[in-house]
Design a protein around this ligand. Structure first.
Ligand code: FRU
Length: 915
């Protein structure tokens, strides 16, 4: 946050700071322009150097030197360029006076002060002149000649500087003034030069060759006099002629050196005035009043003062060098100073930034703390609110749960009365059928509506279970055509009544699928009920089952020609409480939702299409690989059995049509444990013709079971003291009753209750409302199985110990009985009482237990074992009949013979012979 908001400010600060960093130049710059006539000789170079040195002493001076290189036109143009640049001041050394005069005037007119140096312009239109007096220069040269040769006549040659330049004219003038005033001296010839030696050497050679009698040669500068000397030397006349020049430069080729070397008689000092020109310019710019003509001192340098002059000039040069070095050092110091100054400023700026950052950080810390405190406060408020909401939500949930529990309980409670109604009507129907009568329509109405009521209750309970995700699948291998046909039949009557074309078709009648019949039955019923609800009379409904032969799926289409579902509402069809906008009928809106859940538990899909009616397509997978092994059950679950429609054919599984073996007149005993008196009474009235009925309301169930040791127990789950599971578990865990087949009858159809029932050892689990016929068949089936076991056991007495046919408890019991009998085989006094005592149960209970397990009395059982043993001894030993009789516990050989004959059809003696 800081970054984005403050970065631009920092950048601005840094830019401002950098702009404030200086390179050391303070105040306004003074622009000085110098138009130099030429720069290829030492005098001019010396002039330029002096100017630059002087200018460098003032850091504000910006000096520009332009060299015209002897070209007049060029000098004019350069001056004009200076004027255009708006100089502060102009210095000009004109090549020639006349042509340069106008441009100097123009500079003045432009407001630029002009200093003319060395050579003058034609008029006096300039700010100031600076230079030596050239007339004086000429005079000094002449005076030197006169003073050296006062008495003799002197023949002189004058070599002139460039024509039209003021020094040449003035030097000539001054020279002539003195020479002409002296009668012995005469200027025999003037040679016109242009300041350079080459311009005069030819003329001078000619002159000397014609006229060798020359005493003095005066040239207007030292370069031209050197040229003349060289010519004289070439002609061997250098020692007969005296040479005088002008400039007096202290350089290797300069005038002073030539004097010292004896080449020149003298040279007239002509100072360049470079240093003075800059000083004068500054004065003018400072507004000081300066003289128009600033004349520099001139003097004669000859053999007398040449050395002194040289030393002085050397000294000056050294000083100048020193100054230059000082200047360099100062410049370096300045640079150092400025860089350090800048560094200091940068450091200060950074410090300022750091300081502001630190301040900002401190501010931020406080601000964040404040914010944190606010947040904490808000958090605490939110936590309090959340806790309140959670508490309220929990309360609401608890209330909701309580309501739902109540609602579920109520639904369960409805089931028992409905069962009674349905079973009663079923029973009435049976009686009516026997008598060849038909029931009144009203009774059918009661039956159909009770059924409807039951389905609604079941649907509500299913919805609860779907919401709680409590459904688990119990799939069994099912012929889908037969399954579909059974349900199809239930709707045939209604189809017929309303003239609806109702069809069931399949492309593979043998198709088998693993489905949970109970759940799938509900799906079918739901889809068909909907179809019938929304299809008008004379319409069409069909179930079309397509085995996708080359794929692993089967599609079940439910098509109707009903009102259909609006296209845009199709997506919501399977949502709970959906109701189509065109649906005027009563509908809970949960049937399709529950159906979809059921199909998805089967790892299948359900889709809906609507075009001229509605079509639901269920796609199921073939095989069982998509289920867990725990989801597969071997046979049809009795829990899943449908209520039988009393008006249709009874569809009873063949397994229940078993023939119960005849029993010697004695009825089987049934103990019914149920706290609903109506149901108790109903069951008693229905079963009493075939069974000995014992009743318990649950409070004395266990005691009664132990006392009676019935052949079968029917037990409800919701009971006052112990619940059905507990009772069942106790009975199954007790030796006296562990063998008794137990049927649990309950309104609780959920998976958990079913599993609990199985865990408690129950043999069958029937959910209310159960069909009375199914109950009867179940009882018969269990008794039959028990008989089969008895038969098996009594024929395989010796194999009991290895058999899995009985429960562990039974097996252990029988093993123990067998062991005790065998141990006492030769003891004729070993009685049933002794055996019961050893087994820690009563004689009656032992009798009933053995009777229940074997179908024979315990004394018969003991007798049988003895006889079996005796039979084996007859076959395998050579003991006498009497010995065998005693060895197997018979009190007398006669009694043994009678008993043996009764069992095996012949006396023991005959049996041995027959072996
Ligand atoms: C240099 C020079 C000097 C002379 C002066 C006259 O260019 O020729 O030798 O004294 O100019 O203007």
């Amino acid at each position: 946050m800081f970054k984005t908001r403050y970065t631009p400010l920092f950048l601005i600060a840094i830019l401002l700071f950098l702009a404030s960093c200086s390179t050391g130049k303070e105040g306004d710059t003074i622009h000085i322009g110098f138009s130099q006539a030429m720069s290829d000789d030492d005098w001019r170079r010396s002039m330029n150097d002096a100017m630059e040195l002087q200018a460098s002493l003032n850091p504000n001076i910006d000096l520009t030197i332009r060299d015209a290189n002897y070209e007049v036109q060029r000098q004019i143009e350069q001056i004009e360029a200076f004027i255009a640049d708006s100089l502060d001041i102009l210095i000009v050394s004109p090549i020639q006076s006349k042509p340069i005069t106008p441009v100097v005037e123009r500079a003045l007119d432009a407001g630029i002060p002009v200093i003319v140096v060395d050579r003058k312009t034609e008029n006096e239109k300039y700010t100031a002149y600076l230079g030596a007096d050239n007339i004086e220069v000429g005079r000094n040269a002449a005076k030197k000649i006169i003073s050296s040769n006062a008495k003799d006549s002197i023949r002189i040659v004058e070599i002139r500087g460039m024509a039209g330049s003021s020094p040449a004219e003035e030097r000539s003038l001054g020279f002539a003034q003195i020479i002409n005033s002296y009668k012995n001296a005469v200027i025999v010839q003037q040679i016109q030069g242009d300041w350079e030696k080459e311009s005069i050497q030819g003329q001078f050679r000619e002159l000397l060759q014609k006229n060798s009698k020359i005493e003095y040669v005066f040239a207007h500068n030292d370069r031209m006099i050197r040229g003349a000397w060289e010519v004289a030397r070439d002609l061997g006349l250098e020692s007969t002629i005296h040479f005088i020049g002008v400039d007096g430069l202290n350089s290797p080729d300069g005038g002073i050196r030539m004097v010292e070397d004896g080449m020149l008689k003298a040279t007239v000092l002509y100072p360049t005035g470079g240093e003075e020109a800059i000083k004068l310019a500054l004065k003018i710019l400072n507004g000081e009043s300066v003289p128009k003509n600033n004349i520099l001192t001139t003097t004669i340098i000859d053999e007398v003062n040449a050395e002194i002059m040289k030393n002085q000039f050397d000294k000056i040069n050294e000083q100048q060098e020193e100054i230059e070095n000082q200047l360099v050092a100062i410049k370096q110091q300045e640079e150092l100073y400025y860089s350090q100054n800048n560094l200091l400023k940068i450091t200060m700026a950074l410090l300022a930034i750091i300081l502001s950052l630190a301040l900002y950080s401190v501010y931020s810390i406080f601000a964040i703390r404040k914010k944190n405190r606010q947040l904490e406060l808000t958090n605490r408020k939110i936590t309090v609110q959340r806790n309140q909401i959670e508490k309220i939500a929990k309360e609401v949930e608890e209330i909701n749960e309580a309501k739902l529990n109540f609602f579920t309980w109520l639904s369960h409670e409805f089931k028992t009365p409905i069962t009674l109604i349905l079973s009663s009507i079923e029973s009435i129907n049976d009686v009516a059928k026997e008598k060849g009568l038909r029931l009144m329509n009203e009774v059918e109405l009661i039956y159909n509506n009770s059924n409807r009521l039951l389905r609604l209750i079941n649907q509500l309970l299913d919805f609860r279970k779907v919401e709680d995700r409590k459904f688990t699948l119990r799939a069994s291998k099912t012929n889908i055509f037969t399954f579909s046909k059974n349900i199809f039949k239930e709707f045939e009557r209604e189809a017929k009544k309303r003239n609806i074309t109702f069809k069931l078709s399949i492309n593979n009648e043998d198709m088998e699928l693993f489905i949970d019949r109970n759940l799938m039955d509900k799906v079918y019923f739901n889809l068909l009920s909907n179809a019938f609800k929304f299809t008008p009379e004379n319409g069409k409904i069909e179930i079309d089952i397509r085995d996708h032969v080359n794929e692993d799926t089967v599609a079940i289409h439910f098509r109707d020609s009903g009102i259909g579902i609006p296209e845009k509402e199709l997506d919501g069809v399977f949502q709970a409480f959906f109701r189509g906008s065109n649906n005027r009928k009563n509908s809970s809106g949960i049937g399709l939702h529950v159906s979809k859940e059921f199909i998805e538990i089967h790892a299948g899909t359900i889709e809906v299409r609507s075009f001229h009616g509605t079509e639901f397509i269920i796609t199921l997978q073939k095989g069982r690989a998509h289920f867990d092994e725990s989801q597969i059950i071997a046979d049809q679950d009795l829990v899943d059995t449908n209520i039988i429609d009393f008006s249709s054919e009874h569809l009873v599984d063949e397994n229940y049509l078993v023939q119960v073996p005849e029993r010697d007149q004695e009825n089987y005993s049934v103990l019914i444990i149920e706290d609903n008196r109506d149901l108790l009474r109903f069951l008693k009235s229905k079963l009493k013709s075939e069974y000995d009925i014992h009743l318990s309301d649950g409070t004395d169930a266990i005691e009664k079971a132990f006392e009676i040791v019935p052949d079968i127990v029917l037990c409800d789950i919701s009971l006052p003291n112990k619940n059905g599971f507990e009772i069942c578990e106790i009975l199954k865990g007790d030796l006296r009753t562990s063998h008794i087949p137990t049927i649990i009858l309950t309104a609780m159809g959920d998976k958990e209750s079913y599993l609990k029932g199985l865990e408690s050892g129950a043999d069958l689990y029937l959910t209310k409302p159960f069909s009375y016929s199914i109950l009867v068949q179940s009882i018969k089936s269990l008794l039959y199985n028990r008989e089969k076991l008895r038969f098996y056991y009594t024929s395989n007495i010796h194999k009991i110990e290895d058999s899995d046919a009985f429960g562990n408890l039974e097996q252990r019991f029988l093993s123990e009985v067998n062991r005790l009998i065998k141990d006492n085989l030769d003891n004729p006094n070993f009685s049933v009482e002794n055996l019961a005592e050893h087994l820690n149960i009563s004689r009656v209970q032992l009798y009933r237990k053995v009777k229940a397990l074997m179908g024979i009395s315990i004394s018969d059982y003991i007798g049988n074992i003895r006889l079996e043993k005796a039979k084996s001894m007859l076959e395998n030993t050579s003991l006498t009949v009497a010995e065998i009789a005693y060895a197997t516990g018979f009190s007398s050989p006669n009694y043994f013979s009678t008993a043996f004959k009764n069992k095996y059809g012949m006396p023991p003696g005959s049996f041995r012979k027959s072996v």
